[in-house]
Design a protein around this ligand. Structure first.
Ligand code: ADP
Ligand code: ZN
Ligand code: ZN
Length: 735
């Protein structure tokens, strides 16, 4: 009898299956959670052992052996592997690709968990060197010697050396030659943590906060809480107490945030209030730093882990609490490759670990509100702003009565003036970057369009360019019409134009634009937000970047330039999304003593959406939207999955989806509706034609059973060779 286990291995290839291998001869079989190097076709691949099994569909003599085992101990625990296979099953995505998404790049590439890095240190023989004398002949060598002498016997790793002295390698070559310095390999230095001051104490919690806290504290094991608190109601204070509780019990806490770059305030607040250096996991980290943070989380040394979407996969040996801040934010859903929702996985993970998960928002998604109503989650409400700040007054400016030259109406301009006069600050919100969304011919009406997309080119006046916001194509701004040669002009406005308009209207005031164009340089966003926070800019103009959790103490006026795009949206989520955006941006106004005002420009002031929003706020908009969704059987009253395809020929994109449709009809449950294939709302993007098939069902299990059967069949279908395709479970955008 053969007692050798068969290893079920995940390999990073786009196939929905595991691969069978035998352990290498003469060594113990690697445990699940260890990486292995395996022969794969004619190549070698790094795989992850998922499980041991007794049986294989192949005969043992046909199964190939693992070439080598890369980890002595499992990198991932059973709970971590559970999350990976859940993600693969639920999102119908190949498990090897899920593993790849869950591991830091260096581990994916086969590097060691504790990678060695190159160090340079001063040699004993350098003691006798007269550095001052050397400095006269060879200043760079002297500088390097001095640096290394100060660093002491351990020397420095090459990374920090390059930071201190970018051109050190030339000088080092001569010094190596003379034997004055030496190199060696050692584990990379852990990132230096700054010395932390004693934790500052926070405000005393008000009654609502205390009640929310008491409810969560009274819970045992898994529970999902929606902390539904208006902007500035003190949700973060509640998190701080919960985190502190968990840390006192020596448990780890994972905090998921939309974008760390946009929430420097949260991170610094965690630092000062808890006197702990959080391990940060976000997209701007170097590979080494990411691995270091991942390792500390895995070992349990990092007590507090703060990260964006992908941090949901961070292993934790001793997790006690998960927090998802701004649960409604779309960045929690990955929109390409592995299309997962970090928020939903956070809930699933907490349940599996039997720990609480707290989801906070001033504008909760209808999904969460629905689950609170049906009793699956608990809703905790903070209805008032903390610390005495009052909610902002919201009113409309009717653009059908007052004109708006270049986007800015006179009443809004007058309000800006008034608020600035009395020492306030204004935020003008327009969710459209660039100078103008359209370049039009004054004679023939021709509009500049992208050659690769069914879309208009946006005018970027500063760079004198036309850019497509869908595929990234850019070209020089047309001087005249490409059809008739007449003069062209930009039509409509984006943030760039609005910045000019405001600066012209208020020449003595400081206008600052904050959008993804103005903040591309490293550090630019922090600098711009710091200026805004310290009240050094008078008028802020920007996109939804400005709507995220910021606290600008002096800000008293929020103006919304063009709110009408969302009123007649085609997506069933339009209302929810627009209400979230407006309530979030409005929530920046009047967060301290001075009360805030919100002015919204609209050409349709009679639209029922506005009455709901102004009279009942987000609570009323969301309640009515939920009723509508129930009546029309849209999520959360049904489940959706979207199959997308894109190809150079439209017919290929459709043909693939026809194959999918036929298969579904063959095996599909009667509880399933299949809509399409149809062209995507933007039928051509980046040179490819796009089509989609929507699956809708009230029965989640039936929907998943169909997808489970479908996926491997599509992977190997001939029609798939001509298209790029994907399955999106619980899509948040229907295109
Ligand atoms: P949210 O996370 O809901 O936006 P924060 O926790 O950031 O709210 O609180 C908003 C502001 O109110 C912060 O300046 C915070 O220090 C203050 N604050 C919060 N709770 C209280 C309280 N109980 N008493 C006084 N001030 C408070
Ligand atoms: Zn023309
Ligand atoms: Zn384009």
């Amino acid at each position: 009898m053969n007692t050798e286990p068969i290893l079920k291995v995940a390999v990073n290839v786009p196939l929905s299956r595991q691969f069978d291998y035998l352990p290498p001869v003469g060594v113990p079989a690697p445990e699940p959670g260890c990486r292995v190097l395996v022969p794969f076709g004619r190549q070698r691949q790094i795989g992850l052992v998922l499980a041991h099994a007794d049986h294989s569909t192949l005969s043992r003599t046909k199964i190939r052996r693992v070439l080598s085992v890369l980890d002595e101990a499992p990198l991932l625990s059973d709970a971590d592997l559970w999350l990976i296979s859940l993600t693969s099953d639920y999102y119908h995505h190949p498990i090897g690709e899920v593993v790849a998404a869950a591991l830091p790049a260096l581990l994916r590439q086969g590097k060691a968990l504790h990678p060695l890095s190159e160090h340079v240190a001063i040699a004993d023989s350098a003691e006798s060197v007269d550095i001052d004398a050397l400095a006269k002949r060879a200043p760079r060598q002297a500088e390097l010697l001095e640096l290394l002498r100060d660093a002491g016997g351990g020397g420095m790793d090459v990374g920090s050396l390059s930071e201190h002295m970018p051109n050190w390698r030339r000088a080092a070559r001569t010094l190596f030659g003379k034997g004055l310095i030496a190199r060696y390999s050692a584990p990379a230095d852990p990132p230096e943590s700054p010395l932390l001051a004693v934790a500052q104490t926070g405000p005393e919690l008000n009654g609502d906060q205390q009640a929310a806290l008491a409810t969560i504290r009274a819970g045992r094991g898994f529970a999902a809480y929606l902390l539904d608190g208006v902007t500035g109601s003190g949700k973060t204070e509640v998190y701080l107490h919960l985190i502190s509780d968990a840390l006192n019990r020596d448990k780890q806490v994972l905090v998921l945030v939309p974008e760390i770059g946009l929430t420097p305030q949260l991170v610094s607040r965690l630092r000062t209030r808890l006197s702990i250096e959080p391990a940060l996991l976000h997209s701007a980290l170097s590979d080494i730093a990411r691995l270091a943070a991942w390792r500390l989380a895995r070992s349990g040394e990092a007590k507090l882990i703060v990260g964006t979407r992908s941090a949901i996969f961070t292993p934790m040996s001793n997790a006690g609490l998960i927090i998802v801040d701004e649960e409604h934010d779309h960045s929690f859903k990955q929109q390409e490759g592995l299309r997962y929702s970090a928020r939903d996985l956070a809930i699933a993970r907490a349940k599996h670990l039997d720990i609480p998960v707290v989801l906070g928002s001033a504008t909760p998604t209808l999904e969460l509100l629905h689950h609170c109503r049906n009793g699956r989650y608990r809703r905790l409400v903070l209805p008032r702003r903390a610390g005495g700040a009052k909610p902002p007054r919201v009113s409309l400016i009717d653009l059908s009565r007052v004109p708006a030259s270049d986007g800015l109406s006179e009443p809004l301009a007058a309000a800006i003036e008034r608020h600035l006069e009395s020492g306030g600050q204004a935020l003008i919100f327009l969710n459209r970057r660039g100078f103008a969304p359209t370049l039009i011919c004054t004679m023939c009406g021709h509009v500049a369009e992208c050659r690769r997309c069914d879309a208009r080119m946006t005018v970027h006046a500063r760079q004198r360019q036309l850019r497509c916001h869908h595929c990234g194509t850019q070209r020089a701004l047309d001087q005249c019409c490409t059809l008739c040669g007449s003069a062209v002009k930009p039509l409509g406005e984006g943030t760039e134009r609005l910045e000019d308009v405001l600066q012209r209207r208020f020449p003595d005031r400081r206008v600052a634009r904050i959008d993804s164009d103005s903040t591309q340089r490293k550090g630019a966003i922090d600098a711009a937000l710091a200026l805004a926070t310290h009240g050094e800019s008078d008028i802020l103009v920007g996109t939804q970047m400005l709507s995220k959790g910021h606290h600008f103490p002096k800000l008293t006026l929020v103006g919304v330039i063009n709110a009408d795009q969302g009123l007649f949206g085609t997506d069933f989520r339009s209302d929810e999304r627009m209400a979230q955006l407006i309530v979030q941006v409005a929530g920046r106004a009047g967060r301290e003593e001075r009360s805030g005002e919100v002015l919204i420009q609209t050409a349709f002031p009679a639209h029922p959406f506005w009455r709901r929003l102004i009279e009942g706020g987000y609570a009323l908009v969301s309640a009515e939207a939920l009723a509508e969704r129930e009546a029309t059987s849209w999520p959360p009253f049904c489940r959706l999955a979207l199959i997308r395809s894109a190809a150079h020929r439209r017919s290929d994109a459709h043909a693939f989806l026809e194959v999918a449709r036929k298969r579904i009809e063959m095996h599909g449950a009667s509880t399933l509706q299949v809509l399409g294939p149809v062209d995507a709302p933007m039928a051509r993007k980046a040179g490819r034609y796009r089509a989609q098939l929507l699956l809708q069902s009230r029965d989640r299990k039936a929907l998943h059973a169909v997808l489970h059967e479908l996926r491997p069949n599509l992977e190997t279908d001939r029609a798939a060779r001509k298209v790029r395709w994907s399955i999106d479970v619980d899509p948040i955008e229907l295109f």
